[in-house]
Design a binder for this molecule. Sequence first.
Ligand SMILES: Nc1ncnc2c1ncn2[C@@H]1O[C@H](COP(=O)(O)OP(=O)(O)O)[C@@H](O)[C@H]1O
Ligand SMILES: [Mg+2]
Length: 330
Amino acid sequence: MAIKLLSDEVINKIAAGEVIERPASIVKELIENSIDAGASLINVRILNGGIDEIQVEDNGAGIEHDQLTTAFLRHATSKLAREEDLYAIGTMGFRGEALPSIASVSRIELYTKTYAAAGSKCLVEGGMIKKLERYPTAEGTKIIIRDLFYNTPVRKTFLKSPVSEGNNIYDTVCKYALAYPEISFVFDNQKKTQFKTPGNGILRDTVFTLFGSDMNQFLIEVDEKGSQFSLQGLISKPEYKRNNRKLGFFFVNKRPVKSPILNRAMDNAYRGLLVSREFPVFFLSLTAVPESIDVNIHPQKSEVRFRDEQTVIRFVSGVVKNIWIPANFG
Ligand SMILES: Nc1ncnc2c1ncn2[C@@H]1O[C@H](COP(=O)(O)OP(=O)(O)O)[C@@H](O)[C@H]1O
Ligand SMILES: [Mg+2]
């Protein structure tokens, strides 16, 4: 059989399969774009678990009118110019895959305005730009995703119930609100506001908004600056325990990540204080020089690889264990 290059349309749909697993993956990508645009307010609204509609509105930098067509092209990004940049990534996005992937499996309505120029409105359907016009709108970007997977019916059958997809989105918005206490996140589900974080830069206030005061009184501050890494955040006193890891949050260079390595460090730190099947609550932000980590392992960037795993484990568990020394633990 003849060997041929795939068409852009097919390539986009394949990538959409990797980047866009479910509505929550779209929310994640759009929030990351808003963060990269320097927003201080991000409003996420969903209908029917995000299957019917996802709206993400920010007050960030906006997109220039003549850049809009490019934004929807594969591997088009304003964030990465040279290969070297790949080893020192300072933004959430860099692969230029989110917008074309989302666009290839949904209908998009986008409003955007930069500081300097008039606004724009753009309609995209199944990856094709259907309309692009000047349009008066607020500074920042508002993007509305409708009819997810309308043109890939098989993918649609893999979606869970709207409640379950909605819960997943709830968790996603929470994670970013915790990673970015300096940004106010508003989450509306079925036109009802579920939470609005203060955006005052204080993690404890964000935790209070999301989880209430009962937990808050059991949390202690962590703030340690080392030469290679630093660690900031909140951890629970050993008397406060959970029966799963769900409330253990790690952020590495402000990116929410799942990390068996960091879990091991925390297990280590609470050894002797918690028994098996008991887990702490924590919201921990690890800062590392970009060269010491690799986030480009997976299209969704939810995993991170450390150059030197043992050093990270030693640092994190060392910092936390130090807190249990009686003189430090009031
Ligand atoms: N909310 C937003 N505000 C400003 N610019 C945006 C926003 N969303 C997307 N963009 C622009 O569109 C480009 C493409 O976005 P995306 O496909 O997510 O790729 P990436 O984030 O990897 O660059 C971004 O590089 C950015 O310039
Ligand atoms: Mg992006």
